[in-house]
Design a binder for this molecule. Structure first.
Ligand code: DON
Length: 558
């Protein structure tokens, strides 16, 4: 029998999201891969079919995205990998970029002590030491079963023989055409006769193929101790950057305990610092555990009010207190204690939080990329990695063929000054040599009774954490299937700036009116990150959901 809750959910989807797209997840029994690029998803499925485990597939997909999704997939950036192993162990691999050893806390402040914004996103000064290649090598060596050559072969082939540009890729090549035209080397790869690539055309990346082949032959040391590091450092030196060979030689990857918490019987396994994702997600879930969230939230002002306030409190803590654990003490136990959550929920019930706000419009963003994988052996992998902005710093060191990140902008370049995501952060996240900037990436795995129930994550800057939160609430509280949960319209609130980002039609007009009445300012935002998720049903079926926001991605299984 169909429950009232279910009817309400379906009505909500009909009237409160603008998509009438298919809301059926992809179903498979043996393995499932969900990524933002169909051809990369297929690479992962092929590895699983050939007997590889989820970690093998994760490395293959990561390299394939570095070729076929150059805005966001990368070897010039960094990220995080959350793993649940068949033996029950949960692992978090930190391959976040590091500030160069010559970086200082005032790197992006001029003599007048004001921010010099262009350098933060567009110059070699914005480039932090990349972590992806060592991250992948570490994960594969420790938890994979295939050789590096096996998992890199598909990416090398795609770079050498070319991949076909999808309609959505073409849109972004168009939007960034001017940036891609700035440097003749970048233009020679990513523009066709000076014009953006169109859907259906092929991009061949000969230089990237050679770089990948070097890594495949010699391992991460080709990147960190060989010609690739030398090429990047010499390009950086020519352009006034501060990267040095020592930065690459000393770069390291860490295996850390993930952040965990529970919500209504589900165990959440998520990212640890230097990501703020797990702590912020768990703080919001802990607060909400104490508040009466109903099952038809989309129509209820009180529920949305509670969720928005939980977001506001958790982002305040994120921005003030969190940073790289090798440099500061993150007050994890305090922020995730049940007493703290109870205190905040009491405050939320009593009255709305009041703060003074700094306003800055924030650009709409959906860069970065997430992918989720599960195999038939009981392993699950959740990866979010990034160049930060679309195509990172838009710089490629000749002749490496890959974009370098602009991750230095994730630092609080000046305490109290907003970054490109409008995040106003403090000294916990200031620049120091060798420090990793605080991230919002939230690759997450959810367990129920010790078994994997969901694998998910998202791009979207600070909106990553609330995108993961809402997807979880949609499944756990709203009884949505994973595809409905991923596709449902979203909202985001980080306190500063003091308006709530809403996806068009996320809230009914009546709800918008009520929220205005409570004092919230709502700001429609058009571009949201693609959540790529897997749910495991009670029969053990893998249900994959590629976000409607990224139609060229795919959930594929076998
Ligand atoms: O690590 C972070 O939190 C950011 N560099 C992620 C950037 C991102 O998701 C861009 N997309 N909007």
């Amino acid at each position: 029998m169909i429950s009232i809750k279910r009817v309400l959910t379906l009505l909500t989807l009909l009237f409160c999201t603008h998509s009438f797209a298919d809301i059926t997840p992809v179903i498979a029994k043996q393995g499932m891969v969900v990524s933002e690029q169909r051809v990369a998803t297929q690479v992962g499925v092929d590895i699983l079919r050939a007997g590889g485990n989820a970690i093998d597939a994760a490395i293959a997909v990561g390299y394939a995205l570095a070729v076929t999704y150059p805005c966001c997939g990368n070897i010039g950036g960094g990220g995080f990998m959350t793993i649940h192993l068949a033996d029950g162990k949960n692992i978090f691999i930190n391959f976040r970029e590091k500030a160069p050893l010559r970086a200082t806390s005032t790197l992006f402040q001029d003599s007048a002590d004001t921010e010099t914004t262009d350098d933060i996103t567009q110059s070699y000064l914005s480039v932090a030491v990349p972590g992806t290649v060592l991250g992948f090598e570490t994960a594969l060596n420790k938890y994979g079963t295939f050789t590096r050559e096996q998992v890199m072969a598909p990416a090398i082939k795609l770079a050498k023989e070319g991949y076909v540009v999808t309609p959505y890729d073409a849109k972004w090549f168009g939007v960034y055409a001017e940036d891609l035209a700035r440097d003749p080397y970048v233009a020679s790869i990513f523009l066709k006769n000076g014009k953006p690539y169109q859907a259906g055309e092929k991009i061949i990346q000969t230089d990237l193929a050679a770089t990948l082949q070097l890594i495949s032959n010699h391992g991460a040391q080709a990147f960190y101790k060989g010609s690739i590091a030398k090429d990047i450092v010499s390009a950086s030196e020519k352009e006034g950057g501060i990267l040095s060979l020592a930065d690459f030689e000393q770069y390291n990857v860490e295996e850390l305990a993930p952040i965990t918490c529970s919500y209504k019987g589900y165990q959440i396994i998520s990212s640890a610092p230097p990501s703020s994702g797990g702590i912020t997600l768990c703080e919001m879930l802990n607060i909400l555990s104490n508040l009466p969230i109903s099952s038809s939230r989309y129509h209820q002002t009180q529920d949305i009010n509670y969720i928005l306030e939980a977001m506001r409190y958790a982002y305040r803590d994120r921005n003030e207190k969190l940073g790289d654990p090798n440099f500061i003490d993150n007050p994890i136990a305090e922020l995730l204690s049940s007493d703290y959550a109870k205190k905040i929920s009491k405050n939320i019930k009593a009255k709305r939080f009041v703060d003074t706000t700094i306003e800055k419009d924030v650009k709409e963003l959906s860069d970065t990329t997430h992918y989720s994988i599960i195999d038939n052996k009981g392993n699950a992998v959740s990866v979010t990695y990034t160049l930060n902005g679309f195509f990172g710093s838009k710089l490629i060191a000749k002749p490496t063929g890959f974009f370098l990140n602009d991750e230095m902008d994730d630092f609080a370049t000046k305490a109290g000054v907003p970054n490109r995501f409008g995040l106003i952060q403090h000294d916990a996240n200031n620049i120091q040599p060798g420090k990793r900037p605080l991230s919002s990436m939230t690759p997450t795995i959810v367990l129920k009774d010790g078994k994997v129930k969901m694998v998910l994550g998202s791009p979207g800057g600070p909106r990553i954490i609330t995108s993961v939160l809402l997807t979880l609430l949609n499944v756990i509280d709203e009884d949505m299937n994973i595809k409905e949960a991923v596709d449902a319209s979203r909202y985001h609130f980080q306190g500063n700036p003091n308006f709530v980002d809403i996806e068009p039609l996320a809230f009914s007009f009546a709800l918008q009116k009520n929220l205005h009445y409570l004092g919230y300012r709502l700001l429609p935002q058009g571009t949201w990150g693609a959540v790529e998720a897997i749910y495991i049903d009670h029969n053990g079926n893998f249900l994959g959901a590629n976000d409607r926001r990224r139609p060229d991605g795919a959930a594929l299984g076998y």
